[in-house]
Design a protein around this ligand. Structure first.
Ligand code: ADP
Ligand code: MG
Length: 222
């Protein structure tokens, strides 16, 4: 037990250092990005416009990785209060639908009556968005994903089901490992974030997958 505590303390320290370094790296990135944007508007840089835009995109990508990594740092304050998971899903639904719409990916909701549970709404939004984005990315245009909430005895379940191509066993084994991705433009931090948010909520994540799709079920104990 003491060894475990020491390990957790070390993790706290690593998290704090990561947060500090993340902020320090972001500041210079922001000024570089600012100059690149100014160059973009200058005539004499017109021949390099494509390269400048690529540089800005790459900076934005690095920034996303820092944001996602920072939200993994476990030492930030958790603000959990009793609320209904359905309300968080409902508030997020326009954003989710717009997200899918651009790629002709659709979504349907089945929100059943469930009691309130202790949730950090910011974190739960992140969790849902990460699962939904992965679902959309696994789907073909025209297909429909489903988000369902329900009560299963003393557990509240959030199930995100996509009719995508499923997850191979070799990939399944590695889910949640930070920086593990099979995508050209992936960060491999989305699921790591989901698992750490679930852990902070005393919830577990179950994955069922096959050639006709994948369901991620987040199970919150009441
Ligand atoms: P990223 O999306 O940036 O690759 P994630 O941590 O969100 O990182 O996911 C890690 C990997 O897990 C993905 O690259 C993909 O191979 C696999 N994966 C996650 N969700 C799904 C899904 N719904 N269907 C198929 N594969 C998935
Ligand atoms: Mg992802």
């Amino acid at each position: 037990f003491e060894k475990e505590m020491a390990r957790l303390d070390r993790l706290d320290l690593v998290g704090e250092m990561a947060a500090g370094i993340g902020h320090e790296i972001r500041n210079p990135m922001t000024s570089v990005r600012g100059f690149l944007q100014i160059f973009c508007t200058r005539k004499e840089f017109a021949p390099y416009k494509e390269h400048l835009n690529l540089m800005i995109e790459e900076l934005d990508r690095a920034n996303t990785i820092i944001t996602e990594f920072l939200s993994l740092a476990k030492n930030k304050a958790v603000v959990q209060k009793a609320q209904n998971l359905n309300h968080i899903v409902q508030a997020l639904s326009p954003l989710i639908m717009a997200d899918g719409m651009v790629a002709d990916k659709h979504i349907e909701f089945e929100l059943n009556a469930i009691p309130e549970i202790a949730l950090d709404d910011k974190e739960i939004r992140q969790l849902i968005l990460n699962l939904v984005r992965n679902g959309f990315e696994a789907m073909s245009p025209g297909q429909k994903m489903k988000i369902k909430t329900f009560q299963d005895e003393n557990v509240i379940v959030l199930a995100v089901r996509d009719p995508g191509k499923g997850i191979e066993p070799a990939v399944l084994e590695k889910l949640g490992t930070p920086f593990f991705t099979t995508k050209d433009n992936g960060t491999g931090l989305g699921l790591a974030m989901c698992y750490s948010i679930a852990a902070r909520h005393n919830a577990t994540i179950q994955v069922e997958t096959g050639p006709t799709g994948t369901t991620f079920s987040v199970r919150f104990k009441m």
